[in-house]
Design a protein around this ligand. Structure first.
Ligand SMILES: [Zn+2]
Ligand SMILES: [Zn+2]
Length: 442
């Protein structure tokens, strides 16, 4: 692996852009950071493509975590591994000042990559007892490369800021469990509790563009399992059975009336049943049917109403069939990510100065994100998004051309260089904006 050496030219430019305790000269700073990323990019490219080609899923990210740990040690961070099973905590102390946390995820998805890229993943693993292909189809590899690049950039500029960097690499985001695992393993007791937290996620927009939200940014996600118990028998003699497949079918349809009739139509909620398990062959009525679904909401009162409606619908469907009460399990997953208005105010000022009309505020998105656990643990944060595709392709798709593959698509294929460059630049500026604001006592 190549060494990651900062060019002297770029650090000289950074010195010009960061006069002590004065307003940040954002455009100069941005271009200096971009120049530095450009000259260091080969290393990040190699790292990105290596991680992309060898993805690991939730709590299996052993090699990925080791790669990041090695990168951070080489930069002079104090690194602790196996925090929350496979998580990494990297601390860099640089005088008195706030502790700023920057988080990346480590995990990939149990799915096949179909991008045809030269660095596409062909790896497989065992997941829930079955062999599955693995792919970085959510772009967490982009986040990791940006995370390492940001760390390198900030260390190279350490005479320009004071405080503590807390870079964390979190496992198992896709099963919304890794943040909780790190917290349970003492993330904010064994290590400093950050004053501010920052994280980014890629999205199928144009590279070089950013999006963020104030307040609610992503949905709360709860897992749903419903088990209907009936009485099995011959498919030709339904009168002697209580048909759980019928109950499952009725429930799947009726539960949508909780969404359409019970909650306020102007509020967001989704219930999706993604998996149904019942029976073996066509002429046997099985004795049970199990459904697995997901519940997404933004607001706690809407969430409570939807949970209640699901419980009542499942019970009513069973009662209608003369079956015993069903088992309904709602597993609390991620909470909604809430960006802190104070942190957003500091960071958006700098990002707007850097990106102009390429950064915009967007409505909340419906997928979930367990970064919310760090916010719930008391870290005021800003979570923002960066685009990954060529601007021309994005424009064409908006004008009715071919749709661009979103995150979790087997064709999801970010353009590495401009995306990672934006990730490093925007995150470095975000971290500096927090240090700068504290240094100037605002
Ligand atoms: Zn994802
Ligand atoms: Zn993701």
């Amino acid at each position: 692996m190549k060494r990651f050496l900062g060019p002297l030219l770029a650090s000289a430019a950074l010195a010009l852009a960061l006069p002590a305790h004065a307003e940040l000269d954002v455009p100069a700073l941005k271009s200096a950071i971009e120049t530095s990323v450009e000259s260091n990019y080969d290393h990040l490219d190699t790292l990105y493509k290596d991680i992309h080609a060898h993805p690991e899923i939730a709590f299996q990210e052993v090699k990925t975590a080791a790669k990041l740990a090695a990168e951070m040690r080489a930069l002079g961070f104090e690194v602790t591994e196996h925090v929350g099973i496979t998580g990494v905590v990297a601390i860099y102390k640089n005088g008195n000042g706030p502790t700023v946390m920057v988080r990346t995820e480590l995990d990939a998805l149990p799915m096949e990559e179909k991008t045809g890229l030269p660095y596409a993943s062909h790896d497989k693993t065992i997941w829930n007892g079955r062999e599955t292909p693995v792919a970085h189809s959510c772009g967490h590899d982009i986040h990791m490369a940006s995370w390492v690049g940001t760390a390198k950039m900030l260390v190279g500029m350490k005479d320009k800021w004071q405080g503590t960097l807390m870079f964390i690499a979190q496992p198992a985001e896709e099963i919304v469990s890794g943040a909780r695992a790190m917290l349970a393993d003492g993330l904010f007791t064994r290590f400093p509790k950050p004053d501010v937290g920052l994280a980014l996620h890629d999205r199928p927009g144009a590279y070089g563009t950013l999006a963020y939200r104030v307040g609610v940014g992503s949905s709360a996600a709860d897992g749903l399992t419903v088990k209907f118990r009936g009485r099995g028998g011959h498919g030709a003699e339904p009168q002697a059975t209580i048909d759980p497949v019928m109950m499952a079918a009725r429930f799947i349809v009726d539960v949508q009336s909780v969404i359409s009739r019970e909650k306020d139509p102007t509020e967001f909620a989704v219930v999706s049943i993604g998996s149904i398990h019942a029976g073996t062959v066509g002429n046997i009525i099985p004795d049970e049917a199990v459904l697995y679904g997901t519940i997404r909401t933004f607001k706690p009162d809407v969430r409570a109403k939807v949970h209640d409606g699901i419980q009542r619908t499942a019970k009513a469907v069973a009662a209608m069939a003369g079956a015993p009460a069903p088992e309904v399990e709602i597993a609390e997953g991620a909470k909604a990510v809430m960006n802190d208005p104070g942190v957003v105010a500091i960071v958006e000022k700098v990002l707007k100065a850097a990106y102009g009309d390429k950064i915009r505020q967007t409505p909340p998105v419906t997928p979930s994100e367990d970064y919310s656990e760090f916010i719930a643990a008391g870290v005021p944060s800003m979570f923002f998004n960066i685009g990954v595709y060529e601007p021309e392709r994005v424009r064409a798709s908006q004008e009715g051309g071919p749709a661009l593959p979103p995150n979790h698509s087997p064709q999801f294929a970010p353009m590495p260089k401009p995306t990672i460059a934006t990730g490093v630049t925007a995150m470095t500026l975000a971290v500096l904006s927090v240090f700068d604001q504290r240094a100037r006592g605002q």
